[in-house]
Write a protein that binds this ligand. Structure first.
Ligand SMILES: Cc1cc2nc3c(=O)[nH]c(=O)nc-3n(C[C@H](O)[C@H](O)[C@H](O)COP(=O)(O)OP(=O)(O)OC[C@H]3O[C@@H](n4cnc5c(N)ncnc54)[C@H](O)[C@@H]3O)c2cc1C
Length: 474
């Protein structure tokens, strides 16, 4: 039986290992994970009636790969949609929370009136946005930054007040550097197909209305985002339970990877406080790209060089519980995002117990605040007291908070958010071409073709399928 090592037990590595178990060829699978639990940034703490997410809290249901995996492992009945009651997102404007206009998908309003009526943009900003259908299509096929693309199409004010905060909440990126082709390819496609984002969004809204909504007996939630009712940790558990017993080795850090003369791989590193040294027929490296770069150094120096150019940023997630009566704001929405031009210290806040059911006990609210990212890396250096004081000051100012939090958690995630800079997709093609020349080695993870959980699942599963095509055929 061929032995396959998966380095990294985040969702990418777990999806790869699980896919190997589904394929025809029998594999002896070992997942090597340096942490003391599987899941990577997917981590839930359940305590006193709270489900606290330190990392992601949901996944996009429109991308098929996450939902498909949930179906295959019998997990769909444990997914919930976002609450129907308060479908708003708020945006900070001159120190106040204003509702994001209905029908606005980042920078493509399917209905112009809600944006025109909203006080978020000035009269000039609204006029400029309304002129978007008359902005000529860009002829060059080269990549550009999110900032350049958005300013060109919808104007600087709409970029600063709407687009930048909505995208920063997802990518924690510098919009002057973030690649539009890598991060938001559907907007590039809208421009090239329809010549206008507004026109494309209107047509999409019309055809959505005309299309029947499908199988009403489906147990799947229909909202744009879905989440495990008991938190992401329950998804990780459901997935790991499907792997052969003993296949996950925790507290195991791979430090060296070298090719053997028989075409296989030798892996060595630390396992608890001991060393290990083992041979495998094939390897899937499902770690962040900086670690992948170090691991392939002996095999292909130019691949290491390409991988080293992929940058990562970090963020801090602060979760706080308050008695409902201590928060003055009605919390009638999923949360708020903060434009950089507001010059505040937080990027976004999710009203977790409003967005999803089963997050907090009766009478309590659970809020999640994000800090740091590519534009405020210095905040990562703050100690816990300073982080907490910063967050409490901001929340008090924006939501009107009276008492102290009844629960506080601070999760630090240094260097885990890949930064897809302009030219990212060209670099990924070069990386993939180089990896394709190395037998029985695959890369997977959020550094390459998408940061969302569904993208990571697809990345891991595709790596597993490529391994089967080569190793499985031996
Ligand atoms: C705070 C936060 C919120 C997010 N929110 C969302 C969201 O709501 N929805 C969404 O879709 N996405 C979200 N994302 C993005 C998404 O969660 C991640 O892109 C995805 O989970 C990354 O999975 P991964 O397996 O590629 O990487 P990771 O989760 O980083 O896993 C990599 C694993 O490799 C291990 N490892 C590293 N080096 C070694 C080594 N040498 N040997 C052995 N093991 C090693 C690490 O310990 C880690 O467990 C969020 C991300 C963050 C950080």
């Amino acid at each position: 039986m061929s032995r396959v090592a998966v380095i990294g037990g985040g969702i990418s590595g777990l999806a790869a290992a699980h896919r190997l178990t589904e394929l025809d060829s029998p594999f002896d699978i070992v997942v090597l994970e340096s942490g003391d639990r599987p899941g990577g940034v997917l981590a839930t703490e359940s305590v006193d009636g709270f489900h606290i997410e330190s990392g992601p809290d949901s996944m996009l249901s429109q991308l098929p790969w996450g939902i498909d995996l949930c179906r295959r492992i019998g997990f769909t009945d444990r997914l919930v949609g976002t609450s129907d009651q308060h479908r708003h997102t708020w945006i900070v404007h001159s120190g106040r929370l204003l509702a994001l206009p209905d029908g606005l998908a980042i920078m493509a309003p399917s209905r112009i009136w809600p944006t025109v009526r909203s006080p978020i943009l000035s009269v000039l900003g609204k006029l400029r946005l309304a002129c978007e259908p008359f902005v000529s299509r860009r002829s060059a096929a080269t990549d550009e930054s999110l900032a350049d693309f958005a300013c060109r199409r919808v104007g600087r004010e709409a970029f600063e007040r709407l687009v930048q905060p909505l995208v920063s909440g997802i990518y924690m990126a510098d919009p002057q550097q973030l690649s539009i082709q890598a991060a938001l390819p559907r907007f590039v496609e809208m421009e090239s197909k329809h010549g206008s984002l507004i026109r494309a969004a209107r047509r999409a809204a019309k055809s959505k209305k005309a299309t029947p909504t499908g199988d009403s007996s489906s147990p799947l939630p229909t909202s744009m985002f879905v989440a495990p009712r008991d938190g992401m940790g329950s998804f990780v558990s459901a997935l790991t339970e499907r792997l052969p017993s003993g296949s996950i080795r925790l507290r195991t850090t791979v430090k060296h990877l070298s090719r053997q003369s028989d075409g296989g791989w030798r892996l060595s590193g630390d396992c608890d406080s001991n060393g290990f040294d083992e041979s495998f027929d094939a390897v899937i490296v499902a770690t962040p790209s900086d670690c992948a770069a170090r691991l392939v150094r002996q095999t292909d120096a130019s691949l290491t060089d390409q991988l080293s150019h992929l940058e990562q940023s970090g963020c801090i997630v602060v979760t706080l519980a308050f008695a409902r009566k201590d928060v003055a704001h009605p919390l009638n929405g999923y949360g708020f995002v903060v434009p950089q031009v507001e010059q505040r210290d937080i990027i976004a806040c999710t009203f977790s117990s409003v967005k999803y059911e089963n997050r907090a006990p009766e009478g309590q609210v659970l809020l999640r605040v994000f800090l740091g990212g590519a534009t405020r890396p210095e905040l990562m250096e703050l100690d816990d007291d300073a982080v907490l004081n910063t967050v409490l000051r901001e929340l008090d100012d924006l939501l009107g908070i009276q008492g102290r939090p009844s629960l506080t958690r601070i999760a630090r995630w240094p260097n885990v958010m890949p930064q897809y800079h302009v030219g990212h997709m060209d670099r990924i093609e070069r990386i993939e071409a180089a990896v394709a020349t190395i037998p029985h080695l695959e890369l997977a993870g959020n550094s390459y073709r998408g940061v969302g959980i569904p993208h990571c699942i697809r990345s891991g599963e595709q790596a597993a399928e490529r391994i089967q095509q080569t190793v499985g055929a031996v």
